[in-house]
Structure formats: C-alpha cells, structure tokens
Ligand binder design. Structure first.
Ligand SMILES: Cc1ncc(COP(=O)(O)O)c(C=O)c1O
Length: 392
C-alpha cells in the first residue's frame, strides 16, 4: 500500500544477494549488473597503467578527502552537458553509490523520521533506511514515467518527509524514467514543501539516446542532492561514484572524511585517465546496443513463455525487466524450483515495504549469456505457467 509512512522490515539480506554474485554455473537473472564481457577491461587496464606511470608513488598516498581534483573537474564538465551548473569543488567522490546514499541519510535522517521513496524501490536503499530507523513513505510509481508530482504533492505536504529519494532514470526495479517536465515539477514541489530531493542517477547514462537532464538543472542548490556511480556503466568492482550534496556540502565532506578519509586513490586515478582519453562514450554506445539486444530477446521470450496476460513495460534503456503476472502466484515455490535448475531471479516483493497488490519479478537480461538467457527465461516461464495452474 502507498500513501502512509511505514516501519520497514527487510525481507531478505543484501549480503545474501551479493554472495550469489560469483556463484559458478548459475543462470543469474537476479543480479544488478551485466556480464563480465560487457566491462571495458582493455580500456581499464590501459587507464591503470597510464595512472601508475603518471603518478608514481603518489598513487599510493593519502589524498584530498573530497577526491582527485582533476577527476572532479571532468565529472563536473560531464554533468554540465546535462544541464547542471556545477564546478569540480562542489563534488565529493564516494565509494559507490551505496556510500553516497548512506552518507546523505546519515546527515538527514534520525530514527523515526519519515523518508519518501518510490514503490517499488531499490532493495539496498530500503535496507539502509531500515538500519537508519526511518519510517518509509512509499510513493506510487504509476507507469513508465515514474512518480507523478501532482499525485505525490499532497502526500509530501501532509507528511513532510526529511527527503524524497528517486532513481530518476531507469529506476530499479520499475524501469521508469521521469520525463523532464516531471523532473522540473518535482524539484519545485520539493522546494515548496522543504523536502530534500535525492536524485540517484546510477542508470542515467544507460538511457537509449543519451542521459536526460539531471534534476540539478532546475535547482538553486537548496533542494537537490545528486548521487551516482560508475557501477552500471564502467565497472561495479571499481566502487567509484560521486555526490553533489548541494547546500549539505560541508557536512557531507566532513562525514565522508570521518567514515573512510577518502575513496581509493588507484581507482580514482584510473577513472580519471579513462575519462580523460574519451573512453567512456564509445564504451557507452556499445553497452547501450548490447543492452537493447538482450532486452529485446528477453521481451520476446517472456511474450512466448510466460503466463498469458503477463505485463512488462519496456524500459527506455538498461537491462532490467519488471514483470507483473496476471494472477497471484507462489513465487517462493517457483524460486525454489528454479534454484534446483540453477536459475535465480529477484522476487518483486523485496522492493516494497508492504506486500504488493500484484505478483512481480525483476529479471536481468544482460548478466547471463544469450544462450543461458534463452534457456533460463524459457524454463522460468514454464515454472510460472505450472504455478498458475496450481502446481509449482
Ligand atoms: C538504484 C541503485 N542505487 C544504488 C545502487 C548501488 O550502487 P553501487 O554499486 O555504486 O554502490 C544500486 C545497485 O544496484 C542501484 O540499483
């Protein structure tokens, strides 16, 4: 149910999901990343080598708590192309989007405070909120355009949450992307009601046809805090991300420094070299094409193999499909049966703070090879059809 703040109890554990990540022989439709062949390994190797050459021992020293200066300038320049008037010194590098979000929450949220999120929302975020003792106000994500500012304004006005966290492009797991008109309006609504708007932009660069403008484009520094990482675009193992905290900058930088002094220098130097040589855009073009191919294959198999009436709203990029079944199904039993065949997927319920009205699944089409995807999704469809007829 959406519209009322709730105390959230995690229904899974992130650590257990992550332990699945490197299990050999698994057809992994649950993971949040594409397969290893999608990573720009050669370009990264070259970037690390150039970094070592240029920095020498400096690559292994302490450095600036807010991150490599040149890297921050490059990142700010990239954000400028998306409408955000930011300078390098307004950015703080972080160890993945997870740390970026966790630091913001540690500044904004005390136990019992209300935080508004999309329903459904990224599971790891819900777990962070539950650890922070937040009460979660779930906001409905109606269709492929994400939350509707007109619909949520009365809820924000009524509950005055400490912040609203939105995965504004290719939201995980719904796949929704906020159009620019909704972005602008959401910034206005949050400003009007004194709600800090946290934009999680981790999938922004995966939008087909190019990343939309960031919500920073409509902010005067007072309302939006922006956070992202390169986990979904360059490499999740780099653990490289950054935050534009806006008016929270000074406290954010201090909190970051308390937590781990600064992010890893070799990673930042390599990322800087990667960006400096212009490796990102050609890589993104290849990645988007690969994602589109896999998504298209996934949608075809689902249309063929899943129960009649299954709904999938094709996202505007990325590799995740959010699937709604036409009837309630015992997904726990389907998961067990699939696991026996070494197939794993994410049950939709973990992305909600209350059991959802419909039975949903999130499927990753880009981690498994094309053959594995073909096999895994076809088998999963058969198991779901059997469950719909009463025998998983
Ligand atoms: C919406 C969202 N935010 C944050 C994260 C965590 O990202 P990172 O690996 O950079 O910590 C994920 C990972 O799946 C995600 O989907």
């Amino acid at each position: 149910m959406t519209g009322e703040p709730q105390t959230f109890r995690a229904t899974g554990r992130l650590v257990d999901f992550m332990r699945q990540a490197d299990e050999p022989g698994l057809i992994n439709l649950a993971a949040g990343v594409p397969g290893l062949d999608a990573l720009p390994a050669d370009e990264l190797r070259a970037a690390f080598a150039r970094g070592f050459e240029r920095e020498g021992a400096g690559m292994f020293a302490y450095h600036h708590p807010e991150g490599d200066r040149r890297l921050r300038e490059l990142l700010a320049a990239r954000l400028k192309t998306r409408g955000a008037e930011v300078r390098g010194e307004q950015l703080v590098t972080v160890t993945g989007c997870t740390q970026g979000l966790q630091l913001l929450l540690s500044l904004l949220v005390q136990p019992g405070d209300i935080v508004a999120v999309e329903a459904p929302a990224y599971y790891g975020l819900l777990e962070l909120l539950s650890t922070a003792g937040a009460r979660v106000l779930p906001l409905p994500v109606g269709d492929g355009d994400g939350i509707d500012p007109a619909e949520v304004e009365p809820l924000l006005a009524r509950w005055k949450p400490r912040c609203l966290i939105v995965c504004a492009a290719l939201s995980n797991p719904s796949g929704a992307t906020l159009p620019e008109s909704r972005r602008e309006r959401l910034v206005e609504v949050c400003r009007t009601h004194g709600v800090r708007l946290i934009e999680d932009d981790i999938y922004g660069e995966l939008v087909d046809g190019g990343a939309p403008r960031s919500m920073l484009a409509w902010d005067d520094g007072s309302t939006v805090s922006y956070v992202t990482s390169f986990s979904k675009t360059i490499s999740p193992g780099l653990r490289a991300g950054f935050c534009v905290p806006g008016s929270l900058h000074e406290d954010y930088a201090a909190r970051k420094c308390q937590q781990d002094l600064h992010s890893a220098v070799p990673t930042e130097v390599a990322l800087r070299e990667f960006l400096e040589t212009g490796a990102l855009d050609p890589h993104l073009a290849r990645l988007r094409a690969r994602n589109l191919q896999r998504r298209t294959l996934g949608l075809e198999i689902i249309a063929r193999s899943f129960p009649a009436g299954t709904r999938v709203n094709p996202p505007r990029g990325g590799y995740m499909l959010w699937v709604e079944l036409p009837q309630p199904a015992d997904l726990a039993a389907v998961r067990e049966a699939a696991r026996r065949e070494s197939i794993v997927f994410a049950s939709g319920a973990v992305f909600f703070t209350q059991p959802p009205a419909r039975t949903c699944l999130r499927l990753n089409c880009a981690k498994a090879s094309a053959d594995e995807l073909q096999h895994g999704l076809t088998r999963l469809g058969a198991l779901l059809c059997a469950a719909a007829q009463g025998g998983a």
